[in-house]
Write a new protein. Structure first.
Length: 130
């Protein structure tokens, strides 16, 4: 839990530094406008991608398939949407990487490996009682 607190602290400090630097470079009003636009377009894109993923998951379940890729997509889109909703350039870049399908596939590979490792280490326990 300490690493999470440290990560939030470092990311917040880096965001403030980048915002101040960009404000000095292009002006504070342009930074403000860019933050609003990236937030608006980012959340709209996350909503669109999330709905498409939801439809694909429903389609998979209708045909008796487990929607594993859609679940990983949904997790990625949710995390990306949260990053896009928070103001700042660093979090916006990470958010777009997680929301756009072309770049999301790399994060999904990492997330899949992490979940598999957690299952192998019994950190995540799958209970199959049918």
């Amino acid at each position: 839990m300490r690493w999470l607190f440290l990560a939030f602290l470092i990311i917040s400090a880096a965001e403030i530094a980048v915002l101040v630097w960009a404000g000095n470079l292009i002006g504070p009003w342009w930074v403000f406008i860019i933050i609003l636009l990236t937030g608006f377009f980012g959340v709209s894109l996350a909503k669109k991608e999330g709905l498409e993923t939801w439809k694909r998951a429903q389609y998979s379940m209708q045909y008796g398939q487990v929607p594993t890729q859609e679940i990983l997509d949904g997790i990625s889109i949710l995390i990306g949407g949260v990053f896009l909703f928070s103001p700042g350039f660093i979090t916006d870049i990470v958010g777009f990487i997680l929301v756009l399908p072309q770049t999301r596939k790399y994060f999904k590979l990492l997330l899949g490996k992490l979940i598999k490792k957690m299952i192998d280490n019994n950190t995540i326990i799958i209970n199959r009682k049918w």
